[in-house]
Design a protein around this ligand. Structure first.
Ligand code: ADP
Length: 597
């Protein structure tokens, strides 16, 4: 029953191979039996030569048995179908029984030990089919054996060795021996059946467990595959480029967007070390060394690193991107990283077009504004007749506004020129002391107007000349000075300028005791068009472009600008220029005359 159930659930090929395996086992049992009968026989031959064991005959039987078993092995290999296998197994059982009976016949009938050979087909029928079949086989074998030995007893058939121990007249002795042997065959079938059942039960349980385990493993594999497909779909659906690396920085995955931007196929990238697989350039176009790559830094520090850079695509094009490299941890150990990047080329093109537009518009505005200023001045000078005081007053206001407009346009032009990289830098040896002096003198009228004092202490040690573009650095000093004046508290205002030189370069500081910069606005102060609330309240006019320009120029000079400030107390701006000075740079525009408003 159990077997039927199992067969119903198990695929046919498994049933066939199972049955085939059992027949194979049957064949091996025959080898075992052969060895356990033939070997003692041979040994006995040497130990007891007087026993008159028919060596040649036994040897021939053994050889015949080997051939017989080899034939079965060969035949088993070629049988494929379940039905043929069953027939093959039945054939073997019958052949084994007949062989055993023949040996019984040739070896003294009921007295022959060859009766033992009958045990093999009985047990094997149990293994091959069921306990029930085994009992039937045991019964049939018992009957055949009984008929054979009885016929021999009565001399109806005679074997080469006569049944010596029993006479036809001692029927009781013969019958009880026969009964004993037949019942032993049944007992063996019973014990064999019990053991087989037990083993089968265990093997079924093992099979069941194995089946369950393989089912579970299959499900896990399926789940993992589903997870993989889901993750892949997710990664590919992201519009931004995405690279996944292991803890060593070797690429383990990338999405379609990354393939598209970089021009590499996934297969080309997998396993490669990211900092070498795709080169990166900084904003100035210089190659970023592997150790300075954001990913390496992120893996080192365990913190995300965001940066603007350009990746060199497979075609060799520099593609500007904004990227973030972030490590991911398993427990507290870095297990890899993710790089997400956005192609900025389009935005940069739009930005450039915008800058170009501003530059053209500002340039076009300057000419009519200059003309207005010129003609206003001429009228004010009385070149077209004398003016009424009211007219003079209005014309002064027109001139003032025009000057302010010219300055604003100049500043915007300068910002756009420097942003577009079109500004020419002409570095010449310059005395910073003289340059500061010039700008102090230049801004003096404004300071006087506000009653602010400007103090420039001459440096204690001689300051050597430095290679700079005086118009650009002059613009920086001018902006810082005018800011200090504008945001100073009037009469009590004192502006101190300092110039020092150390191993880092030249340091200019401009200190005022004005309105200061509110703490929360400090981070935004160098941003384009940004003005702090207190500055807007104190001075209505202003563009928020001066400091941005200062920052751009100092950056161009390879220097740095920063400040210290306390709201209501004052501010100090610092500008550092490297000892090596500024590098000259070709460009089609020089600084437009702008200045502070
Ligand atoms: P603007 O002076 O035209 O507003 P800037 O770019 O020169 O633009 O300066 C940006 C902002 O920085 C100012 O609006 C002001 O809030 C702040 N700032 C600059 N210099 C000073 C200073 N010396 N004292 C206080 N605030 C300052």
């Amino acid at each position: 029953m159990e077997q039927v159930e199992h067969a119903a659930q198990t695929p046919l090929h498994t049933v066939v191979s199972d049955f085939k395996q059992r027949i194979g086992w049957y064949i091996s049992v025959r080898w075992l039996f052969l060895a356990s009968v033939a070997l003692p026989n041979l040994i006995l031959q040497f130990l007891l030569p007087s026993a008159n064991i028919p060596v040649v005959r036994n040897l021939l039987i053994t050889i015949a048995f080997v051939v017989y078993n080899l034939f079965f092995i060969w035949a088993l290999r070629h049988i494929k179908h379940k039905r043929s296998l069953t027939q093959f197994a039945i054939f073997q059982i019958i052949l084994d029984v007949v062989t055993a009976l023949y040996l019984v016949f040739t070896n003294g009938g009921i007295e022959s030990h060859a009766v033992m050979l009958l045990i093999i087909p009985i047990l094997c029928s149990g293994v091959l089919w069921s306990k029930f079949i085994m009992h039937i086989v045991a019964g049939l074998v018992g009957i055949s054996y009984s008929v054979l030995v009885t016929l021999m007893l009565y001399g109806i058939i005679t074997g080469p060795i006569s049944t010596e121990g029993y006479s036809r007249h001692d029927v009781t002795g013969f019958a009880s021996t026969l009964m004993f042997i037949v019942s032993i065959l049944q007992v063996i079938a019973f014990i064999g059946g019990f053991i087989i059942n037990l083993l089968r039960h265990q093997s079924n349980e093992i099979k069941h467990a194995r089946h369950k385990a393989s089912e579970l493993a299959g499900k896990q594999i399926q789940d993992a595959e589903a997870d993989r497909v889901r993750t892949e779909a997710l990664i590919d659906s992201i519009g931004e480029g995405l690279i996944v690396v292991n803890e060593y920085g070797n690429v383990t995955d990338l999405n379609i967007a990354a393939e598209h931007v970089l021009g590499y196929k996934k297969e080309e990238m997998l396993g490669k070390w990211w900092p070498e697989a795709v080169k990166a350039l900084d904003v100035e176009g210089k190659i970023i060394g592997p150790i300075d790559r954001p990913l390496v830094k992120a893996l080192e520090t365990g913190k995300p690193v965001s940066r603007k850079l350009a990746y060199v695509s497979k075609k060799g094009e520099a593609i500007p991107v904004f990227q973030t490299a972030a490590p991911f941890l398993i427990g507290d150990k870095p297990a890899g990283g993710v790089i997400v990047f956005r192609d900025n080329s389009q935005e940069i093109k739009i930005e450039q077009a915008k800058d170009e537009f501003i530059s053209i518009v500002s340039h076009q505005l300057r000419t009519p504004l200059t003309a207005i200023r010129l003609f206003t001045e001429m009228i004010l000078q009385g070149q077209v007749g004398s003016l009424k005081p009211e007219q003079t007053d209005y014309l002064n206001k027109i001139e003032e506004s025009t000057i302010r407009m010219i300055q604003l346009v100049g500043t915007i032009l300068n910002v756009s020129r420097i942003e577009m990289g079109r500004l020419k830098v002409t570095s010449v040896p310059t005395s910073l002391v003289q340059l500061i002096d010039t700008w102090v003198a230049e801004t003096k009228p404004l300071a006087d107007e506000k009653k602010v004092k400007i103090v420039f202490r001459s440096p204690r040690t001689a300051i050597p000349e430095v290679n700079i573009d005086p118009s650009l650095i002059g613009e920086v000093i001018h902006n810082l000075l005018t800011n200090a004046i504008r945001y100073s508290p009037g009469e009590k205002g004192v502006i101190e300028i300092d110039l020092t030189k150390d191993q880092h370069g030249y340091l200019i500081s401009v200190k005022d005791n004005g309105i200061g910069i509110p703490e929360h606005e400090k981070p935004k102060i160098f941003t384009r068009f940004y003005r702090a609330q207190n500055a807007v309240a104190a001075v209505g006019e202003g563009t928020g472009l001066g400091l941005y320009l200062v920052k751009m120029i100092t950056k161009q000079a390879g220097g740095k600008v920063w400040f210290e400030s306390k709201e209501g107390k004052g501010t100090t701006f610092y500008v550092r220029i490297p000892s090596s000075g500024m590098k000259s740079k070709a460009g089609d525009r020089s600084l437009a005359s702008g200045g502070k408003l």
